[in-house]
Design a protein around this ligand. Sequence first.
Ligand code: AMP
Length: 114
Amino acid sequence: MAEETIFAKIIRKEIPADIVYEDDRALAFRDISPQAPVHVLVIPKEPIVSVGEATEDQVGVLGHLMLVAQKVARAEGVGDAFRVVANSGAGAGQSVFHLHLHVLGGRPLDWPPG
Ligand code: AMP
């Protein structure tokens, strides 16, 4: 079971966020500490902890998040070159334990990432 997170409060509109997209299953808002000119977080409204803890019955919403990432990237003007990142687990840099896709673009994106 997912712990209550700051993203749950954003979903419920209890704390403000710069929301750029919303539908019945997903929300997208600007990262408070942007690492690129475009840095948007795409999250499911249901409390999935991480990619690592997602389950088969969540496959629909997981796919949906990818297409929301695509929509956001296009709307932000970076649809031809963007990166989607999901840190899964504290050891990989996950700090908020509500699954989120980072959508990054608007600058050269090096590979491999840090
Ligand atoms: P991660 O480290 O992969 O779990 O990513 C969490 C991201 O959430 C970080 O990039 C933070 O800057 C971002 N973040 C944390 N709190 C907020 C908030 N209230 N509004 C927007 N972004 C946030």
